[in-house]
Design a protein around this ligand. Structure first.
Ligand SMILES: Cc1ncc(COP(=O)(O)O)c(C=O)c1O
Length: 383
């Protein structure tokens, strides 16, 4: 039975309550490192929790249902998920990536370049011609974020798939910003989808998690092998928390998106705001492409203030909106990418991308939009 995504958020592929002991409606937390064998060479299906655990397996099946994946591995963080993707590439591989990426991804790519002889070319992947020019005989993968963190560049996933097929490359998409509720890159041809589950999937700013999803059996086998070997798995309790978070993914994201639309429109009318970057605004250069490949614009907004001083004072004066790293949760957070998420990106690259002192990123939560706008208004007025 193919359920709608709102139903999949609650039940995954099917209602499993009667499969749990005593008919537990909420998945039990199997807080165990190991599992007894009923006989020699006989397994219950679970042997050791680094490899698999029933609570985590239920979460993995749910995320697979949401992404349309054959297999999903639940990792200890988004970074653990991204490092698994690198594991399956051979040393010497060249990877073409979106020029605007989460700073932690750039950091792990730098480390892989130094220690494992990988090389990376950063390019505006919204420009297919430029992207194709970066491909060399050593290129093994395309790695994109759409919308990207934090400048909200949109990349056409279908176009990337055409390039990937032409040059026999892996297409890897970080789908954190829209989550499977709004976008399913595997269905558009991606080979691997990664998530920071810490964000929208968890949704409550209380747990770290990451996911690698694929619809290819050969890749699933390789990922599973490195997963059990490197051990960056998600604990049973955290798996429970993320499953609980996913139950409200649909209602949270609808509410977050509706708040974000109101805030983006309001920001546009403010004298001290110079640019608003939100893929739900028709004037955003990626609006049409995003609309063609997703079911929504999500709730991430970046904006540029008139001066760096305005940006800094706004951060200091906000009372309700929390100045903190991360995104996707029920609480509205504001981030200063230059110092936080992208602090390790070389200054020259940051400047080129526009991640400067006047640039702020907002992750809109589920509070009343009026209260969020009121908070931004009082903070901007005090400048
Ligand atoms: C787009 C994106 N991908 C990956 C990550 C890394 O996820 P985690 O913090 O769960 O390791 C983040 C973290 O902010 C992110 O924004």
């Amino acid at each position: 039975m193919n359920y709608q995504i709102e139903t999949q958020c609650i039940h995954g592929e099917k209602n499993t309550s009667l499969e749990h002991p005593y008919g537990a409606v909420s998945v039990p937390i199997y807080q165990t490192a190991t599992f007894a064998h009923p006989g020699i060479g006989v397994s219950t299906g679970f042997d050791y929790s680094r490899q698999s655990n029933p609570t985590r397996s239920e979460l993995e099946r749910t995320v697979s249902a949401l992404e349309g994946a054959l297999d999903t591995t639940a990792c200890a963080s988004g970074m653990a998920a991204i490092s698994l993707c690198l594991e399956i590439l051979k040393p010497g591989s060249h990877i073409v990536c979106s020029e605007d990426l989460y700073g932690g991804s750039v950091r792990i790519f730098d480390a892989a370049a130094e220690k494992r002889n990988f090389s990376f070319t950063y390019v505006d992947t919204s420009d297919i011609v430029q992207t194709e020019r970066c491909i060399t005989a050593q290129t093994k993968a395309l790695y994109i974020e759409t919308p990207s963190n934090p400048t909200m560049q949109v990349t056409d996933i279908r176009q990337m798939k055409l390039l990937a097929d032409k040059y026999r490359l892996l297409l890897i998409v970080d789908n954190t910003f829209l989550s499977p509720y709004f976008q399913n890159p595997l269905k558009l041809g991606a080979d691997l989808v990664v998530h920071s589950g810490t964000k929208f999937l968890g949704g409550h700013n209380d747990t770290l998690a990451g996911f690698v999803c694929t619809c290819r059996q050969d890749l699933a086998d390789q990922i599973r092998y490195f997963y059990k070997t490197t051990g960056g798995c998600l604990s049973p309790f955290d798996s429970f928390l993320i499953l609980r978070g996913i139950k409200t993914l649909a209602v949270r994201q609808e509410r977050q998106q509706s708040n974000a639309k109101k805030i983006a429109e309001w920001l546009k009318t403010q004298k001290k705001i110079r640019n608003v970057y939100y893929v739900g605004l028709p004037e955003h250069p990626g609006f049409e492409v995003n609309r063609s490949q997703s079911r929504g614009a999500g709730s991430m907004i970046s904006f540029r203030t008139d001066t760096e001083e305005t940006a800094r004072k706004t951060l200091e004066k906000l009372k309700l909106i929390t100045y903190a790293e991360s995104l996707g949760g029920v609480e509205t957070l504001i981030t200063y990418p230059m110092l936080q998420t992208h602090g390790d990106v070389p200054a020259e690259t940051r400047e080129k991308l526009g991640i400067t002192g006047d640039f702020l990123r907002l992750s809109v939560g589920i509070e009343a939009a009026e209260d969020l706008i009121g908070d931004l208004e009082q903070a901007l007025q005090k400048n």
